[in-house]
Design a protein around this ligand. Structure first.
Ligand SMILES: *Cc1c(COP(=O)(O)O)cnc(C)c1O
Length: 440
């Protein structure tokens, strides 16, 4: 792929803008997932047509270093040769049979032999579907109806989880989308992250009806709100005390902060783990997993129904298998983490030297540019007014060939394909963008 970075004087979105105008006549807002519409940043969305390694090529012929990585799945970068080869070989033999295939067992074995926190897994086709199924399983196992979630954790667009905290410390959830019956939202209890007192109060009030506590153990969909291990431990203890299940939603953290994800990082055993993103290597895949005892409640063995026409289709399984295989190579995560730390340290040093109020919290290869130096553990600690700084930085990065997801609440990802040279280039451009954002 040719490399043609834009500069502020050459940057253009002519073709992207034209495609977007047409798209808006075909699709609501021109997109198939709201954040893609660039509503929180400037200009029309950039349309891309090719990716190679850590680079993406847009329809105006410009290249960018990609830190969005399709929102996380592309931990190996775009078009990794091993993944491409496996997918091409598989697709030529048929895209879906609606039957079991040997691919199922290959990825199943790889997954379960290398992840000590799960014994059985069911594949689905998205992270949302994985979470939705995990909730049904938790309700089926416990015979209870309510779910406790945390404000600032995203679990996909499942009805009962598109819910935010009402006013007051501990309340029923109120829906954050039209189209969700109040009765559904009432099944969800929302409490702040990192707040043992609120958790205790909610459990004292509703504990006997709570089927599960669900958390992003590494909350990374509303900034990066890192939690203390002790808080996650408390969730484990509290769930046990009340006979509820603990679900780790690892759709984003799974295989990202280590092969065993956050469960492995913090060494905490959840009852159910949900996966998505990386597990499909760029194809639409989700999964939920747990002990054999819990998973055997799922149909056809148990009474909890869950099915899927394209579940575990061979092409998606092949992409996932080839991706996971790479992650198991010795030193994979160490290399990725040290590159990420280098990038964040370099950006931090630039901000410190210039007195910019910014920091770059990171874990594994997830990082978040945020415009405060204070540690943030709860969603209400994020200052929404600072998002204007991100907005300026985002455009300035685009104009210099660096692509971030188009929202200051989204994290960035470093992939195995980002070389030191790519990161040096990107760091220089991001520093220039920060200069503009802070000094104008
Ligand atoms: C992305 C994400 C989801 C939703 O996954 P989709 O594949 O977009 O449906 C759910 N939970 C978490 C933690 C996620 O990061």
């Amino acid at each position: 792929m040719k490399r043609n970075y834009p500069s502020p004087s050459t940057f253009t979105r002519t073709q992207s803008a034209a495609l977007f105008e047409t798209a808006k006549t075909y699709f609501p807002g021109g997109v198939h997932s709201p954040v893609r519409a660039f509503k929180s940043v400037q200009g029309p969305p950039v349309f891309f047509e090719q990716g190679q390694g850590c680079h993406m090529l847009d329809v105006d012929g410009q290249t960018y270093v990609d830190f969005c990585c399709s929102w996380g799945p592309l931990i190996l970068g775009h078009c990794h040769p091993a993944v491409l080869e496996k997918v091409q070989e598989t697709v030529a033999k048929g895209m879906s049979f609606g039957t079991p295939t040997p691919h199922d067992n290959r990825i199943g074995e790889l997954l379960l032999k290398n992840h000590r926190y799960i014994e059985m897994v069911r594949f689905v086709s998205s992270g949302t579907e994985a979470v939705m199924s995990a909730l049904r399983l938790a309700r089926g196992v416990t015979g209870r109806s309510k779910v406790l979630k945390f404000e600032g954790c995203y679990h996909g667009h499942v009805d009962s989880l598109l819910v935010q905290a009402g006013s007051g410390l501990v309340t029923f959830g109120i829906s954050s989308s039209a189209g969700i019956p109040e009765s559904f939202a009432n099944e969800t209890i929302v409490v702040p992250l990192n707040d043992p007192a609120a958790l205790a109060e909610a459990m004292q009030t509703w504990g006997a009806d709570i089927a599960c506590i669900i958390v992003e153990p590494i909350p990374a969909n509303n900034g990066l709100l890192l939690q203390d291990r002790s808080f996650l431990e408390l969730l484990r203890k509290t769930a046990d005390e009340y006979g509820a299940l603990l679900i780790f939603d690892e759709v984003i953290s799974g295989f990202r902060v280590g092969f065993e994800g956050a469960a492995g990082l913090y060494d905490i055993q959840p009852d159910i783990i949900t996966f998505g993103k990386i597990i499909g290597g760029g194809m639409p895949v989700g999964a939920y997993a747990g002990s054999k005892k819990i998973m055997e409640n799922v149909a056809p063995v148990g009474p909890v129904y869950q099915a899927g026409t394209l579940s575990a289709n061979p092409v998606a399984m092949a992409a996932g298998y080839a991706t996971l295989l790479e992650l198991l190579k010795p030193g994979f995560y160490e290399a990725l983490e040290s590159k990420t730390a280098w990038l964040c340290d370099t950006l931090q040093a630039h901000c410190d030297a210039n007195g910019y109020e910014a920091s770059f919290p990171h874990v594994g290869s997830i990082f978040w540019p945020t415009f405060t130096r204070k540690a943030q553990h709860r969603s209400d600690e994020i200052d929404g007014a600072k998002m204007s700084i991100f907005k300026t930085m985002h455009l300035a990065c685009l104009e210099r060939g660096v692509y971030f997801g188009p929202s200051g609440y989204e994290v960035g990802f470093v992939s195995a394909a980002h070389t030191r040279e790519d990161l040096e280039f990107a760091a220089t451009q991001i520093c220039a963008a920060l200069d503009l954002a802070f000094r104008g």
